[in-house]
Design a protein around this ligand. Structure first.
Ligand SMILES: [Zn+2]
Length: 143
């Protein structure tokens, strides 16, 4: 088992779908310029998922909105907020009932694309329907 430094203050995102760890970093807006200490561990064996990615970010407690956005690409992810070396909050990523301003409609003919309007979607089962063009998309297609 690969050891990663314990985080004193920050966020651990566990059970990320394998290969999606970098996309989670994108959602959080973290890159080499942001200066945070980051550990991304990829392809960790997982009983539940076969393989998973784990992300640890020092110094950032991520918001509920970001947790929802992570759910779009990795519905089984769990988010642990850590303060003073202790987990103070554990959240399961969940697909939000509706999305406003998160995600873009992948339909090039959709009026939301032509008018550069903020996306509006609502959840139907495990997919999202665009409120402009009425088409249905998988969550990952919206990012
Ligand atoms: Zn649309």
């Amino acid at each position: 088992m690969l050891k990663v430094d314990i985080i004193e203050h920050g966020t651990v995102v566990d059970h990320i779908q394998a290969g999606m760890g970098k996309k989670v970093l994108d959602i959080l807006g973290i890159d080499e310029k942001s200066g945070n200490r980051v550990a991304l561990v990829m392809n960790v064996p997982s009983q539940k998922m076969g393989k998973k990615d784990i992300l640890k970010v020092e110094g950032v407690l991520i918001s509920a909105e970001k947790t929802d956005a992570i759910a779009l690409i990795s519905p089984r992810a769990s988010v642990n907020l850590i303060k003073d070396g202790k987990v103070v909050e554990k959240k399961q990523a969940e697909l939000p009932e509706s999305l406003h301003g998160v995600g873009k409609c992948p339909n090039p003919n959709c009026i939301s694309m032509q008018e550069k309007a903020a996306g509006k979607f609502h959840l139907e089962g495990q997919k999202y329907r665009c409120e402009y063009c009425e088409r249905v998309f998988k969550p990952a297609e919206l990012l």
